[in-house]
Design a protein around this ligand. Structure first.
Ligand code: AQP
Length: 345
C-alpha cells in the first residue's frame, strides 16, 4: 500500500503490472493483484507513472479462440474500470497495442541462455500439467522482462507489484536487464534492475477445490459472478466432514480462507470464534461468504453493467493508455536499437 513518508514519494517509481485475459477474472486475481494495482495507480503521487496492461500476448500462449480472447480482453478493461481504476491518473492498455514489446523481447532473447528459460517455474508447472510446451510458454519470462523494462524512465526505479507466485519471474527480469546492460552498455547501463513491491496480501487465494484459484483449473469464483451461479460455486467449496455440532479449526477451512479477505477484523474474529465453539456448520460459513461477496462487489457490479453499455468509452481509455505506453516504449527502443547496433535507431 502507498507509503506516506517523504522518502517514499521522493523516489516516485514507475509501476508496471499485467494481467492475462485468459479467462474471467476471479477472486484470486482481485485480492492478489487488481485491488492493489488500482489503489497504487489511483494514488495521486503516482499520476501518469503506473502502466497497467492487459497481457494478451501472454494469454496467446494458452487461448486458442480469437473471439474469446477479444471478449476476455474487453472484460478485463471493464473489470478494472468498474472496480475503480481512474484513467485520468494512470495508463490502462492492451499489451498487443505496444508492438515495441516484440522487438525488445527479441533483443533480450538474443542475450538469454536457453538453460535459464528451461528452469522457469511456470513453464515447468504447465508442462507437468500436460499443457503444450509451445515456444511462447518457454520464453514468456523474457516477454515479461520486456513488459517491465519497456517503461524505463531516466532516474526512476521500476517497481513491480508481485504476488506469492511471481517472484521468480521478476528475478529473470532483473537478470535480463543486467545481462543486456553488461553486453551492450557496460559503462552506461540502460536499464534499472526492476524491484519487487511486496504486497500486503500475498496469500494465495484457494479455489473451490482448495487448490490455487486459477482461471484454467475450473475452480474459480468470478469477481462479478452473481445470483444462482455464484451461490452454486460458493456452496461447492470443499470442506471436511466434521459434524455441524463439533468445534472446527477455521485456519484449515477453505471457506474461511476466503471469508478472511472480505470480513472486517470484528467479523473475522466472530466467525472464527463460531467455528471453534461448534454448532456452526460449513453451510453457515458459506452463506456468510455469499453475502459478503454480493455486498462487497455490489456497487462495482452496477458500474460495470453501465459501462458495458458504453463500449466506446472503454475503447477510448485503452487507446489513450496505449498511446502513452507506445510513446515511452518507443523512446526506450530507440536507445536499445542504438545500443545493439541497428542502423536506424
Ligand atoms: N489464486 C490466486 N491467489 C492470489 N493471487 C492470484 N493471482 C492469480 N491467481 C491468484 C494473481 O493475479 C495476477 C494476474 O494473474 P494472471 O491472470 O496474469 O495469471 P495467473 O497468475 O496465471 O492467473 P490464473 O488465474 O492462474 O490464470 P491462468 O489459469 O490463465 O494461468 C498475478 O499477480 C497473480 O499473482
Amino acid at each position: 500500500m502507498p507509503d506516506d513518508s517523504p522518502s517514499a514519494s521522493d523516489r516516485l517509481p514507475v509501476l508496471v503490472s499485467g494481467i492475462q485475459p485468459s479467462g474471467t477474472l476471479h477472486l484470486g486475481n482481485y485480492f492478489g493483484a487488481l485491488r492493489q494495482n488500482i489503489a497504487l495507480a489511483n494514488d495521486e503521487r503516482q499520476r501518469d507513472r503506473a502502466f497497467l496492461f492487459i497481457a494478451d500476448y501472454h494469454a496467446l500462449t494458452t487461448v486458442r479462440d480469437a473471439e474469446a480472447l477479444r471478449r476476455y480482453t474487453t472484460e478485463v478493461a471493464l473489470d478494472y474500470l468498474a472496480l475503480g481504476f481512474d484513467p485520468d491518473k494512470a495508463h490502462l492498455f492492451v499489451q498487443s497495442d505496444v508492438p515495441q514489446l516484440g522487438e525488445l523481447t527479441w533483443a533480450f532473447l538474443c542475450v538469454t541462455p536457453t538453460s535459464l528459460l528451461e528452469k522457469g517455474v511456470a513453464y515447468k508447472d504447465k508442462v507437468a500439467q500436460g499443457l503444450t510446451a509451445n515456444g511462447g510458454l518457454l520464453t514468456y519470462p523474457i516477454l515479461q522482462a520486456a513488459d517491465i523494462l519497456a517503461y524505463t524512465a531516466p532516474g526512476r526505479d521500476l517497481l513491480v507489484p508481485v504476488g506469492a507466485d511471481q517472484k521468480q519471474n521478476l528475478e529473470i527480469s532483473r537478470d535480463t536487464a543486467a545481462r543486456f546492460n553488461q553486453t551492450f552498455r557496460p559503462d552506461d547501463p540502460l536499464f534499472p534492475l526492476p524491484e519487487p513491491l511486496i504486497l500486503d496480501e500475498v496469500a494465495v487465494i484457494p479455489g473451490v477445490d482448495g487448490r490455487k484459484m486459477s482461471k484454467s483449473y475450473g475452480n474459480a469464483i468470478g469477481i462479478f459472478d452473481e445470483g444462482k451461479a455464484l451461490k452454486k460455486k460458493v456452496m461447492s467449496i470443499v470442506s471436511d466432514s466434521t459434524p455441524l455440532e463439533d468445534p472446527k479449526d477455521p485456519e484449515q477451512d477453505h471457506t474461511f480462507a476466503l471469508i478472511r479477505h472480505f470480513a472486517t477484523d470484528e467479523q473475522r474474529g466472530e466467525i472464527a470464534e463460531a467455528y471453534r465453539a461448534g454448532g456452526y456448520g460449513y453451510g453457515h460459513a458459506k452463506k456468510a461468504l455469499l453475502s459478503m461477496i454480493t455486498e462487497h462487489f455490489g456497487p462495482a457490479r452496477e458500474r460495470r453493467r453501465q459501462l458495458a453499455e458504453r463500449p466506446g468509452e472503454v475503447r477510448e481509455v485503452l487507446a489513450a493508455g496505449a498511446q502513452a505506453a507506445r510513446a515511452r516504449a518507443g523512446e526506450v527502443m530507440a536507445e536499445v536499437r542504438d545500443a545493439v547496433g541497428f542502423l536506424n535507431p
